[in-house]
Design a protein. Structure first.
Length: 386
């Protein structure tokens, strides 16, 4: 984890300092200048508790300035776990060797409650990007009363509801490793999210869970913890929309999203099997009777398909994809996705992205139609003279 990423975690855990931490964008000296004398050791101590390597990196940078040395001196060493203590001692030893008076004279003042921060450390949540079917993983972590941590892993889908929910306990070091692997995986991109946002995603998925299928046992048994009375509308996509606002050139943004869909970077999030069969049959029939440009037949069908609930679901998925891009420091890509989402909420629906999403269904039909046309043309051609 980089220092900037570790500081973003600190901003979540220390809301009073978040307005200074985030604008610093991982720059240790800008952060030092922005924080007051009481906040500096509090932020440094938090990192030394939760991300000891990055905490030591911050302490080493701050040790180049008088105010930073005072912050290093003010951290209560006894409040830190072993790794944090060792990192802090290395920096302090280096400062003592160089004759820093603040380290020699300052009496350590407790500035952080270790118990409180350790509890906060394991109150975390992550969410993955959506897979091609529209499913994603939501993970919540909380401290276990008997020690260690309890982990909830759920696979959810806007149409199929709660697909899986596993609950297990593990030691805190293993949970830290699990979270780091999850957030750095080369598979589906996974990002951190506010716990109530993760719970809102679970609550929303529960509303779509088919009555004909029982909820997974893990979800039913832990529903109060996983959902409780959370506002199901307060999902991550709402936060990114409020943060980034409108894309100025929405038409160009939608074209870029459609290109990403065609390159298999996004979607296709097709309708369910019954709806696909119905749509395929209609396409076959209408294309068979049509002459000229097949896109003229396709566009009204695309608009019709995405005009109702399916279009709203697609808009939701695009906003959720925008959140993942935003958290991955790709705000331009996030704005494109937000513009595409608004296209599905327009009246009539903008067909550009919808046409790209339906290409896995449409392309084989058009290809078959073209082959049949070519075969018919060959049969109609007169035989060449011997």
């Amino acid at each position: 984890m980089s220092l900037a990423e570790a500081l973003e975690r600190a901003a979540h855990a220390l809301p009073a300092e978040a307005d200074v931490i985030r604008p610093a964008n991982g720059d240790p000296m800008q952060l030092l200048d922005g924080l007051d004398a009481d906040a500096r050791p509090r932020v440094l101590a938090w990192l030394l508790v939760h991300e000891s390597q990055e905490g030591e990196e911050l302490a080493a940078a701050w040790a180049e300035a008088e105010e930073g040395i005072e912050a290093v001196a003010a951290v209560d060493e006894a409040s830190l776990p072993k790794a944090g203590r060792k990192g802090l001692r290395r920096i302090r030893h280096r400062l003592r060797s160089s004759g820093a008076a603040a380290i020699e004279s300052a009496a350590p003042t407790p500035v952080v409650s270790r118990l409180r921060d350790v509890e906060e450390e394991f109150a975390r949540a992550t969410v993955s990007a959506l897979d091609p079917t529209g499913a994603r993983m939501v993970a919540l972590v909380e401290s276990h009363p008997g020690g260690g941590a309890r982990v909830f892993e759920a696979i959810i889908d806007d149409e199929r509801g709660i697909l899986r929910c596993d609950v297990y306990t593990a030691g805190r070091s293993k949970v830290r490793q699990f979270l780091r692997r999850l957030l750095s995986s080369s598979g589906l991109r996974t990002v951190e999210v506010e716990r109530d946002e993760a719970r809102a995603l679970l609550a929303r998925a529960e509303t779509f869970h088919p009555k004909s299928r029982s909820l997974p046992r893990g979800f039913s048994e832990w529903r109060t913890v996983l959902v409780g009375d959370v506002d199901a509308a307060a999902v991550p996509g709402v936060r990114v929309r409020e943060a980034l606002g409108e894309e100025e050139d929405a038409a160009a943004a939608r074209e870029r999203v459609a290109a990403r869909v065609r390159e298999s970077e996004l979607g296709p999030w097709l309708p369910n099997r019954e709806r696909l069969q119905e749509l395929g049959a209609r396409l076959e029939a209408e294309l068979g009777d049509a002459s000229g440009d097949p896109e003229a037949v396709l566009e009204p069908l695309v608009v019709e398909l995405f005009a109702g609930e399916f279009g709203q679901r697609t808009a939701f998925r695009l906003r959720e994809a925008a959140f993942v891009e935003w958290q991955g420091d790709r705000p331009d890509a996030a704005r494109d996705l937000l513009a595409a989402a608004r296209g599905f909420e327009a009246d009539p629906v903008d067909p550009v992205v919808g046409r790209a999403l339906l290409d896995p269904l449409v392309a084989p039909i058009l290809s078959r139609r073209a082959d049949e046309g070519a075969a018919g043309g060959a049969e109609a051609s007169p035989a060449e003279p011997a």
